[in-house]
Design a protein around this ligand. Structure first.
Ligand SMILES: CC(C)(COP(=O)(O)OP(=O)(O)OC[C@H]1O[C@@H](n2cnc3c(N)ncnc32)[C@H](O)[C@@H]1OP(=O)(O)O)[C@@H](O)C(=O)NCCC(=O)NCCS
Length: 144
């Protein structure tokens, strides 16, 4: 399993996952209105995204790394619904942290306080809750 870069050929996968109701209900913010809007957004933000690729299953999910300020990046995750609840989240989050920590000592994320499954995973991988506002938890992990 590995993270691969997003290209014009595989970026539709991200749109399908992000706009799926079983994914959207866990996420903050709105999904893109349509594939055209998604294409425009991706055209400007392609470098922030990675797809989790498996030799057997193909595209499994995606993650994003957003540089908030020097030495601090925000990360986010989505597994395709077919691959949720099967333990693949560990791979997705671990690989993304590894990538983000190449250039940052501090990795942060925002998660809805009701998203128990995601929060459990983040605690397991060393994230700690820093604060909570409007039902959204802010969590941080620093370089070992
Ligand atoms: C969040 C996400 C990345 C987690 O990955 P996953 O592979 O589905 O998670 P897992 O199956 O490994 O579950 C993680 C842990 O939560 C537990 N869990 C699963 N469903 C749960 C539930 N409904 N309530 C509480 N715990 C739950 C699992 O048992 C596991 O704990 P364990 O390792 O101690 O057994 C993935 O489900 C996803 O992409 N969800 C939709 C989008 C999303 O929520 N993104 C994160 C936004 S911040």
């Amino acid at each position: 399993m590995k993270l691969i870069r997003v290209t014009k050929e595989n970026m539709e996968f991200i749109y399908r996952v992000r706009s799926h109701p079983e994914v959207d209900k866990y996420l903050l913010g709105e999904p893109p209105a349509n594939l055209r809007e998604h294409g425009k957004f991706m055209g400007q933000n392609m470098g922030r995204f990675r797809i989790l690729w498996d030799d057997v299953y193909g595209n499994i999910g995606y993650s994003q790394i957003t540089q908030l300020k020097p030495n601090m990046a925000e990360i986010g995750f989505c597994l395709h619904p077919d691959f949720q609840g099967r333990g693949f989240g560990v791979n997705l989050v671990e690989l993304t942290i590894k990538e983000a920590k190449k250039q940052n000592d501090f990795i942060v994320l925002f998660v809805h306080e009701n998203n128990t499954r995601a929060i459990k995973l983040y605690h397991k991988l060393g994230f700690k809750k820093v604060s909570s506002e409007n039902e959204v938890d802010f969590m941080i992990s620093s370089k070992d």
